[in-house]
Design a protein around this ligand. Structure first.
Ligand SMILES: Cc1cc2nc3c(=O)[nH]c(=O)nc-3n(C[C@H](O)[C@H](O)[C@H](O)COP(=O)(O)OP(=O)(O)OC[C@H]3O[C@@H](n4cnc5c(N)ncnc54)[C@H](O)[C@@H]3O)c2cc1C
Length: 492
């Protein structure tokens, strides 16, 4: 099992990305051919060791299922979950009442559906919001520590976002991988699944998977209870994203290279799986094309100010992610700037502080003791930026923002030092994927369940609709991961 030193992890990610950059899209001669022989048989085969995969495996084992294996193509575990901000949206009956925030699973569901333009499946959304607090409690019981207050993460639309104390997805992966070790769950890295094997081309149950190991040697493993595909999205695959939305071809991505290649979508479609929402692709503030150091100042929308190259605001910073994406893509040079003050800096998580400090060296971020000096460093008009900040602060005082930012998210930008960074648009999340029912069983094009095939996490579609709310992906993977593990233990 891999350890979690972030530097080791990122350097092995970079090394692995070169080898794995090419997706496995060559069509197999006969996608439904049975393997000549099965090398091994296990109860549960999970594909992918991100948050979704580890949650399924741990929950199934805790509920009594034995003999679980997780196959991971990369040399390390954790997927994008590992590098995520880790913000987790859920109603919280402990924290929210203390902050006088009224909330309910119904309101969370309503906002999720509305935020995705009504394109999410209401049954999936309601199941997620009704079970997300139990998932948060489950993670806490296993040792994930959350901060005492909730907030509204960028794109979340309501204050129900939870940050793990060290505030990166690695908190979840550490705790879940320790559970895997304790429960005897085997995780095999450098095991790249290439095919899902079904009894008949488009009928019968799923029998197992084929994968190649670190030496390129092929294996076929049977799964007695189920195959659960938790292989993440396709945000790091420019060709695949451009197939569904040509605007996405040349953008940078926030995803780990080599991880989110979408390479389990075709193998599932080969045995009949349906897909939904493949052209719903989310962008977040990140590197403009050609730059490498991502600056993350946008997570706390209540501390964030965004301006364009004319040093003027162009959007409410607490808007939906797709609204901000389109606003930034419409700016000259398709790049804006995020600005925070010392109070905004105080709520940054340690990973984002480290990125910011690096950005000061690479020329992707700036800091100064006055707005005018900051503007000079950013090569913006100092007078124009000062006027923008003054106007914003006047709106804060009146609790009336010219772009309609919610009064609860209005705080003055006034305390030096001030910080700024580029906010280009980077592909962040793919809302589409295989279609599932509320038990996470994969459905075929005739709405029939493909027996013994399950999918959880970003590889699925139909939950987040056209626009995922910030903080709802971590909610999705852990809520459905825990439930699916429980269900599979019962099924066995
Ligand atoms: C920088 C960043 C920040 C984010 N911050 C947040 C946040 O704060 N809140 C939030 O809600 N969401 C956030 N997201 C989104 C969220 O992190 C992801 O949607 C979620 O973690 C996906 O989890 P997953 O388990 O489905 O996929 P991943 O965590 O990506 O795991 C998938 C795993 O499957 C493996 N795999 C893929 N194909 C194969 C194959 N063929 N064979 C074997 N293994 C395979 C991959 O290598 C990977 O390890 C963020 C995303 C990024 C990139």
């Amino acid at each position: 099992m891999s350890n979690f030193n972030r530097r080791t992890f990122l350097s092995s990610a970079a090394a692995a990305s070169a080898a794995l950059a090419a997706p496995v899209f060559a069509a197999p001669e006969n996608p439904c051919q049975q393997p000549k022989k099965w090398d091994a048989e296990h109860n549960l085969v999970v594909v992918g060791s991100g948050g979704a995969g580890l949650a399924v495996a741990v929950s199934a084992a805790q509920n009594g299922l034995k003999d679980i294996v997780v196959l991971e193509k990369m040399p390390f575990i954790g997927g994008n979950t590992m590098i995520s901000g880790g913000a987790f949206n859920t109603v919280d009956s402990k924290r929210q009442p203390k902050q006088k925030i009224k909330d309910s699973p119904e309101l969370h569901a309503e906002q999720t559906l509305k935020g995705g333009d009504g394109r999410g499946n209401p049954d999936l959304v309601r199941k997620m919001t009704a079970n997300s607090e139990a998932a948060l409690n489950w993670l806490e019981e296993m040792g994930v520590e959350f901060k005492p207050n909730v907030y509204q993460v960028y794109g979340a639309l309501y204050p129900r976002s939870h940050d793990a104390v060290h505030a990166l997805g690695s908190d979840y992966i550490k705790v879940l991988s320790a559970q895997c070790e304790k429960l005897g769950i085997k995780i095999l890295t450098q095991s790249h699944v290439t095919r899902v094997v079904r009894e008949q081309p488009l009928s019968g149950k799923v029998l197992g998977v084929e994968f190649t190991d670190a030496d390129g040697k092929p294996h076929a493993w049977k799964a007695k209870v189920a195959v659960v595909v938790c292989a993440g999205g396709f945000g790091a695959n420019p060709k695949m994203r451009a197939k569904y939305d040509p605007r996405m071809l040349n953008l940078t991505t926030t995803n780990l290279p080599g991880v989110s290649m979408g390479d389990m979508i075709a193998p599932m479609c080969d045995i009949g799986a349906d897909t939904v929402g493949m052209d719903h692709i989310q962008c977040n503030p990140g590197c403009p094309p050609g730059r490498k150091q991502r600056i993350v100042l946008h997570m706390h929308v209540e501390r964030l100010l965004m301006v364009g190259p004319d040093a003027k605001r162009f959007v409410a910073e607490d808007q939906r992610r797709d609204v901000i994406r389109d606003a930034i893509l419409n700016l000259p040079g398709q790049t804006g700037y995020s600005i925070i003050d010392a109070d905004g800096y105080a709520v940054l998580n340690p990973g984002h502080v480290a990125g910011l400090k690096k950005g000061l060296e690479t020329g992707d971020a700036w800091t100064a003791n006055s707005i005018e000096e900051l503007a000079q460093k950013m090569k913006l008009d100092p007078k124009a930026l000062k006027a923008t900040v003054d106007k914003y602060n006047a709106g804060v005082d009146k609790k009336m923002d010219e772009f309609g930012k919610n009064p609860r998210n209005l705080n003055r930008i006034q305390k030096p030092p001030f910080w700024a960074g580029f906010s280009g648009m980077s592909v962040h999340h793919t809302m589409g994927g295989v279609r599932i029912n509320t038990d996470c069983q994969v459905l075929d094009r005739y709405d029939q369940v493909i027996p013994n095939l399950y999918a959880v996490g970003e590889v699925t579609g139909g939950i987040h609709g056209s626009n995922r709310l910030g903080g709802n992906a971590i909610c999705d993977i852990f809520t459905f991961g825990r439930l699916t593990g429980m269900l599979l233990a019962k099924k066995a």
